[in-house]
Design a protein around this ligand. Sequence first.
Ligand code: HEM
Length: 471
Amino acid sequence: MPTRPFTAPRPTEYAHVPPAVTAKNAPTDLPPGPRPRIPGQLLYRFQKDTPAFLLDLRDTYGPASSFFLNGQLFIGLFSPAMVHEVTVAQQSAFVKGVGFERMRKVLGTGLLTNEEPIHLRHRRMMQPPFHKSRLDDYARQMSDLSRAAVDAWPSRGTINIAPEMMRLTLLIVARTLFGTDADRHTERIAESMEIAIDRIERTMLPGLDRLDGMPLPYWRKFKQASDELAEIAEDLIIERRASGSDGDDLLGLLLALRDEDGSAFTDEEVRDEALTLILSGHETTANALTWAFSWLGTRPDVFAALRAEALALPWITSDQAPTIEDVMSTEVAGQVVAESLRMAPPVWVAPRRALRNVDVCGVQVPAGAHVLVSQYVTHRDPEYFPNPLTWEPSRWTPQLHSSLPRGAYFPFGAGTRKCLGDQFALLESRIILLHAAARHRLLPMDSLHPLPKAEPRATYRAKGPAPMRVA
Ligand code: HEM
């Protein structure tokens, strides 16, 4: 019986995380921040809308601020230089923070949740399947699946864009990962992923893990979903090994991967990496696209430019397969994706824990402190993005790309923890947008409230199904 992620202990190789800093043992030279007399007030504001809370901190206290939640010290670091220090220059002083323990209950020692020294070995091994040379093949599959999906949309009426995107991106990542082997499991994967994502997401608050493991249906369902996902992945691995074929997909590559010393992943490691790619590879892209379609519905001029771009592409108008160059040279689609990732970064915060005392651009961060850098906040810095609250794809000129300082725009994170699937996601997003724009015009249902409300959880998602009118 394999060890399942849900019950697996924290690997002993990981670094020891110092205890949280409390108000009693906090240093006196903390950056400024709210210190309400009734701590619950802060908790309420934080929980109600965390991105807005963090943005407000930056606007009130500047690029560095501190506050206490459930008695534990948090430090927000929001200038591009600080982001760069935390995610790149001094990344070894930090480990992933609040929320990731829970995520490990589904993803085990997959790349997203793994820590050093195991993470770097896995990262080295996992790089080749995401090399440029593999992306042409993925582009062909993405294009075929996207064309089929948008062809099935009604030509008039309503579609719920959020679940539609979730289904399509899940199908794409499951196909590229497992080939057609996964098709008969897609529904079970989708159901269990939904429960797992829901349970993972309620975790930005430290101390909540005290309730974990209580005999409640909420928790039991979480375990069932995690075990179900593990079981599906294990079955697919066993079948693949038994078939003796490598399979021309990511699973085949994962099974064949060798480290420099010739060692391979164990089946449990392959399972965790496969589940990690499924989870991190679909929800994020689906959210980005839901926002992109919603904004496009409000901007006929940008939509017209996107549609004209799509209709001039032979791989959109005929059944041809695109290469990465074909896709990545599309200007308008690139701008729409870049701007949507700026305003609604699917990963809107990167929680970290300081392993030792660190100086970040003059801010003294004590060992054990929770540190938050936030894409949502830093991407709204008016110094780099004039009119930061306006969705304006045309701002993404080559000059803007080359003039941004490090840490100003980081939808995919940075450093050794940077997203492994960034090129995959950019490719997929452009392909889906272009196929859709060539065939359909999506408009808001309610022109007075054209955008869905946000429901920021572990990812920055739209609240509800985000219905749109197909014209
Ligand atoms: C628009 C879509 C996506 C966004 C915005 C996004 C964003 C991110 C971010 C910000 C991180 C770093 C998290 C942190 O530092 O705490 C990350 C990590 C990761 N992402 Fe993505 N991602 C996207 C799509 C994908 C796709 C399509 C895949 C795979 C097919 C993927 C696989 C991963 C993996 C494996 C990691 C962990 C990397 C490591 O720590 O070594 N992501 N992603």
